[in-house]
Design a protein around this ligand. Structure first.
Ligand code: NAP
Length: 483
């Protein structure tokens, strides 16, 4: 039995109540390691440690914070291949995608190492003579970070880095399915020079650790990424507890393809954003909204591209699409294919569980990417988030109908258009009801130094990432001085 991976609380590694195995979705016989499962008492210990550490950390100067973040970023980048491999082994995205995600995590820490030196205020003249007004930003306190399984290192990174940069203390509760990457990140942070209690990791179930974190009176703010259902309950608890809250949730992202699109480019970017990373990206395009003139050629193009993809072990070179993350997620994905069929849509390709095409051929949660056609905007397949390698095509008459269908959803995370028309691209950028808009690019795949987030049912509260992250991780103070 390998050494168990413990929780990190007040600068020490502490065993939890129990241990849980971290399983490889590409190979169900592969146990990556045993990870601690904390309880509410341990979570309380972590919050109290963070509260104790906060006064010194929040006032201790920005150079120490910048140095620590830079050191963390450097180590992640130096170890990106190893961290990316671990990530792919536990989550199932391909190794190349895993290394890309680890790289992004390192870059985020480097970015915020600079951002904490750039936090500025304002000096404003008072309307009353002889008085000066200053507006400054201060840290908010102890922040609770709750992260999903689909980006096991990048999402923890894009919450931890700004939280620490702006002087807050942190309690991280990572997704129970993928504790390995979060633990590896915590281990790097533990050696960065950050004082005990400033950063804490408590692994365990959302219903236990997540719930206790959200309700703890010592927590000033919660940043959550995950499903709409859990997010809504967290928001309600945060309002009750008077906590600042930021939610990044699901999507039903539209990809519009107009008659004048470059066909090959449209096929490639649609396959990329709908099916790569096994479709398990909140920014994946799951509704392909295609105008009549290009519809049939587009569907044939996507089918041909899907036929050439290799589905298999995430760690094997040559794999295009890794496994679905878990049995429960696989069942959900397969059930939505059946729902689409039962409501009158046509399954053109995939949609069934398959054996591993690459690597050892071990048993895993592999699914052939599902392309669904003849679907209508009202069908459940076009209204509910599946969160797997499943995309449906909606045929529309023209740009105006495409835009209306694209916006006909409760979500609003990312929206894309494939067109050669400047007029339509410009109109779409302005009128797509989404936090992020892509022109001739996949809906998934974003930069690390600019804001990330959505609108409508996809997001709530200030944006994450880039300079805009300071909105959530700081609070504003207005000071008046009589000259
Ligand atoms: P999830 O089930 O909502 O879980 C997210 C996190 O919340 C996990 O750490 C989970 O813990 C925890 N949690 C569960 N119940 C809780 C409770 N009662 N109180 C507090 N925390 C609780 O979501 P997921 O399945 O991990 O992730 C998939 C979802 O995330 C999709 O909807 C996807 O669109 C969304 N997502 C959004 C973005 C974005 O930026 N918009 C990015 C990535 C993913 P356990 O793991 O222990 O259940």
């Amino acid at each position: 039995m390998s050494t168990p991976h413990l929780n990190f609380i007040n600068g020490e590694w502490l065993a939890g109540n129990t241990l849980a195995p971290n399983l490889n979705p590409s190979n169900l016989a592969d146990v990556i390691g045993e990870y601690a499962q904390g309880d509410a008492a341990q979570l309380d210990l972590a919050v109290r440690a963070a509260e104790t550490a906060f006064p010194a950390w929040s006032t201790g100067g920005i150079q120490a914070r910048s140095d620590a973040l830079d050191k963390i970023g450097s180590e992640i980048l130096a170890r990106r291949e190893e961290l990316g491999t671990l990530l792919s082994r536990e989550e199932g995205k391909t190794r190349a995608e895993g290394i890309g995600e680890a790289t992004r995590a390192g870059q985020i820490f480097k970015f915020f190492a600079g951002e904490c030196l750039r936090l500025a205020g304002e000096a404003i003249p008072s309307v009353r003579p002889g008085i000066g007004v200053e507006v400054t930003r201060e840290p908010i306190g102890v922040v609770g970070l709750i992260t999903p399984w689909n980006f096991p290192i990048a999402i923890p990174a894009w919450k931890i880095a700004p939280a620490l940069a702006f002087g807050n203390c942190v309690v991280l509760k990572p997704a129970d399915l993928v504790p390995g990457s979060a633990w590896a990140l915590a281990e790097i942070i533990s050696r960065s020079g950050i004082p005990a209690g400033v950063f804490n990791l408590v692994m365990g179930r959302g219903s236990v650790i997540g719930d206790a974190l959200v309700k703890h009176p010592g927590i000033a703010a919660i940043s959550f990424t995950g499903s709409v259902g859990v997010g809504r309950r967290i928001a309600e608890a945060c309002v009750q507890g008077h906590k600042k809250v930021q939610l990044e949730m699901g999507g039903k992202n539209p990809q519009v393809i107009l008659d004048d699109a470059n066909l090959q480019q449209a096929v490639e970017l649609s396959v990329q954003s709908a099916f790569f990373s096994t479709g398990q990206r909140c920014t994946a395009s799951s509704r392909l909204i295609v105008t009549e003139g290009i519809h049939d050629a587009f569907v044939e193009g996507v089918k041909a591209r899907l036929a050439g993809l290799k589905i298999g072990d995430a760690l094997t070179a040559g794999t295009d699409i890794g496994p679905v993350v878990s049995q429960a997620q696989l069942e959900q994905d397969l059930s939505y294919v059946e729902i689409a069929r039962s409501q009158g849509a046509t399954v053109q390709a995939g949609g069934q569980r398959v054996a591993c095409h690459t690597g050892s051929g071990a048993e895993g949660f592999f699914m052939a990417p599902a392309l669904i056609t003849d679907s209508t905007p009202e069908q459940r397949i076009n209204r509910e988030e599946v969160f797997g390698p499943v995309a449906s095509v909606i045929r529309v008459k023209n740009y105006e109908e495409a835009l209306a269908v694209a916006n006909n959803t409760e979500f609003g995370l990312s929206a894309g258009i494939a067109t050669q028309s400047l007029k339509h691209a410009t109109h779409f950028k302005r009128h797509a009801q989404a936090g992020m808009v892509m022109v001739n690019l996949p809906t998934a795949g974003v930069d690390y130094h600019v804001p990330f987030g959505g609108r409508k049912g996809s997001s709530y509260g200030p944006r994450e990432q880039g300079r805009y992250a300071q909105e959530f991780y700081t609070t504003v103070k207005t000071a008046y001085t009589l000259a």
